[in-house]
Design a protein around this ligand. Sequence first.
Ligand code: KG4
Ligand code: ZN
Length: 341
Amino acid sequence: MLILGIESSCDETAAAIVRNGNHILSSVVASQIDLHSPFGGVVPELASRQHIQAIVPVVEDALQTAGITANDLDGLAVTQGPGLVGSLLVGYCFAKAFAYALKIPWIGINHLDGHINSVFLTPDPPPFPFVALLVSGGHTAIYHVTTHTSAAMMGQTRDDAAGEAFDKVSKMLGLGYPGGKIISDLAEHGNPKNIHFKRAYLDKNQFDFSFSGLKTGVRRYIEKNPNCLQTDKADIASGFQASVVDVLSDKLFTAAETRQCRHVALVGGVAANQNLRQRLQMEAARRNCSVHIPPLNLCGDNAAMIAATGYHYLKTGHTSQLHEDVYSRIKAAPIPDHKQA
Ligand code: KG4
Ligand code: ZN
């Protein structure tokens, strides 16, 4: 079964061809980072315009790289939400029209389900059930995953997402956007023990997160030590990253323990963080757990994960209908309206 995946929820226009939910034939990602970085964040209006320009060439590139034509497709999967409405609409409307013209089934996919399913695009996917830590620019949550299409949320951030905290700290240090890679590279040159930032565990046995106190802690440190931006940037980055990694790792493994589950996964843009990857690998080995983390190109937003998720819905006869619409926030997600054949 050949599925075309389309993703346009934020600042990446992406298309991919995936066979049988796990074999990537092509995965094209057109990033808009250069367009938004002068503004220090994504400008929604610019993002939607750029998606409009990129969507057709990106889909053509994905088909060509996979060595197939549109007529070979068995189905289409597209991100329906959450994300920026103007951005989502470009991929979603394109997908509806393309599927209608090709007379193939199509399905709207939750972007977060897409990230969770990205682990099935690796040679060593986890067995069900497993506990997944999803860390991205917009979301931070822990899920108990029982099938490709069902994941129960065990906890989530009450304020900032982990990736958002990296982006904000980068801004405070006068560095660029997006901040995740910049901060993690800088942290390599610092000592995480030189500056201690608080770990926000909230209730130890609950799996909610909070990163806004840490962000304020970094801001206060900079205000109290005005010269630190000349001398201590790497130590600040390193101390900040250590605080995030400690909390994420501890909560993930405690969540797995409470479900008596020996398999964990790390997904989303922040899963590209080397320090976090290494910590989870080390902790998993110590606890005799298996840990599953996608390669870097599948951590950030991509369409292969959307196609992989779509495969599992379409295979069981679920499809979306032309009257359905995108949703910006998870709370605004419609009651599933998928038609089962
Ligand atoms: O999943 P993603 O590509 O987009 C969303 O769905 O949000 O995640 C993007 C986020 C950004 O906040 C970015 O700063 C962060 O992932 N990120 C990282 C790293 N690479 C990207 N955070 C920490 N360390 C990294 N190496
Ligand atoms: Zn994402």
